[in-house]
Design a protein around this ligand. Structure first.
Ligand code: ATP
Length: 299
């Protein structure tokens, strides 16, 4: 059964078309990214998937059910972009309350609340009120709430926005570690982060699904992305073009080059590049098989 199925999904606010005829089929597995510029329709799509709003046209199904169906209780969860905590209740009390709403007994609700707080490394803050939490801690509590009951599908709207790099890394590691049992759909503007985490990337623009990119394809395509410490671009380009099986090389950003080759044996190209750097005493920073997500989406 498909995890998510959208067919001709559209949503208008007045005469503003926020989503326009979107078809999406998603399967359970590795995290899936949802990207797109401000106003592209990402939050609208999440809200439709969660059943917070109804479509203007088209269909949406999750695990074979309409959003908001009782059959989905405890099986899907979401972290809204603007999730807020109740300022009057300590963290444990409010998470326990949400667990009872999911059907847990009082005793089990507390245990489940502590389990998810442990997952986000905040068990020691269980008795704190939201006002005494930092922004990053409050975000982790909201993520803990989404993880209650080990749902099959979790929608995270900008889960690491505003977090410092260490906290953002913790969230990424958590998502990775839970991905065996839960499929995450993550909306974010941080392409580097999504590249590390996700196998599939959906690109929305002006309410339409423009691209669906598989990150695994990078293992099989004919590109290498080369980042140098610093170099003389023209000398590098000339030297690389003289190597066997190179079709083209372009400087795409400062010190970053996209190499297209026509060899089935990418290791041969990599070894030739490393030999060249050794001969010329050039320092490289990174050799990436394939193209970056940014290149795939915007070139
Ligand atoms: N409640 C609403 N009433 C009217 N227009 C809305 C409403 N919610 C969203 N829109 C409009 O729908 C479009 C899509 O908005 P949405 O919030 O889904 O985009 P987004 O991709 O999540 O943007 P961002 O990256 O800025 O969060 C925008 O043009 C927005 O102004």
């Amino acid at each position: 059964m498909n995890l998510v199925n959208c067919k001709g999904l559209s949503k208008s606010y007045g005469d503003k078309k926020a989503l326009n005829q979107v078809d999406i089929t998603l399967h359970a597995g590795s995290p899936i990214a949802l990207v797109g510029p401000n106003g592209a329709g990402k939050t609208t799509l999440f809200s439709l998937l969660c059943g917070y709003i109804a479509p203007s046209a088209g269909e949406v199904n999750l695990l074979g059910h309409k959003p908001g169906s009782p059959e989905l209780l405890g099986r899907i969860a979401s972290l809204p972009q603007d999730a807020t905590l109740d300022p009057n209740l300590d963290v444990l009390t409010q998470l326990s309350f949400f667990a009872t709403l999911q059907g847990y007994s009082d005793k089990n609700a507390k245990a489940e609340a502590m389990r998810v707080l442990n997952l986000v490394d905040l068990a020691s803050s269980a008795k704190q009120k939201p006002s005494s939490l930092s922004h990053g801690m409050a975000k982790r509590v909201a993520i803990a709430q989404a993880l209650m009951g080990t749902p099959e599908l979790v929608l995270l709207d900008e889960p690491t926005a505003g977090l410092d790099p260490a906290n953002a890394k913790k969230i990424r590691e958590l998502v990775k570690s839970l991905s065996t049992n839960t499929t995450f759909i993550i909306s974010s503007h941080n392409l580097d982060e999504l590249e590390k985490l996700c196998d599939q990337v959906l690109y929305l623009e002006h309410g339409q699904l423009r691209q669906s990119v598989s990150m695994n394809e990078s293992q099989h395509d004919d590109y290498i992305t080369l980042t140098m410490q610093h170099c003389e671009p023209s000398a590098l380009i000339e030297a690389v073009l003289n190597l066997a099986d190179i079709s083209s090389i372009e400087e795409r950003q400062s010190n970053q080059f996209l190499i297209k080759h026509n060899s089935a044996e990418v290791y041969g190209i990599e070894i030739a590049l490393l030999n060249l750097f050794k001969q010329r005493n050039w320092q490289y920073k990174a050799l990436l098989k394939g193209r970056t997500l940014e290149e795939k989406l915007f070139s």
